[in-house]
Design a binder for this molecule. Structure first.
Ligand code: TYC
Length: 105
């Protein structure tokens, strides 16, 4: 619930509460192309962290390869941050330079 302050000129100031109805801001998690990460590894990452099917993972990987970047998924800020952290950590662990970022939709 969000507290809303109303000024009431003739009366005392009062507070109201109302349900939060605004949908949360959403964030795109984006994979960036590079010249070294194997295509198979990118497909694996899309399946492991973004729950993509093999054909959808292939499609996104090829889009990144040809266009330089591609959207892996759209999430709340907290989930997007976590995905980015997990993917970048996993890529480092496997010694690939794959970069994952997030940006507001
Ligand atoms: N360009 C890479 C290659 O030719 C493949 C690749 C695709 C790398 C997508 C990163 O996010 C990426 N091996």
């Amino acid at each position: 619930m969000t507290k809303v302050w109303l000024s009431a000129p003739e009366e005392e100031a009062q507070t109201l509460t109302r349900p939060r109805v605004k949908p949360p801001d959403m964030y795109k998690v984006v994979l960036l192309n590079d010249d070294f990460t194997p295509m198979d590894f990118v497909v694996h990452v899309l399946q492991k962290f973004f729950k993509k099917s093999l054909s959808e993972a292939n499609r996104i990987m090829l889009q990144v390869h040809h266009e330089g970047a591609g959207v892996a998924g759209v999430y709340s800020k907290e989930v997007a941050e976590t995905k980015v952290y997990q993917v970048n950590n996993y890529s480092k662990k496997h010694q690939h330079p794959l970069q994952c970022i997030y940006e507001k939709e």
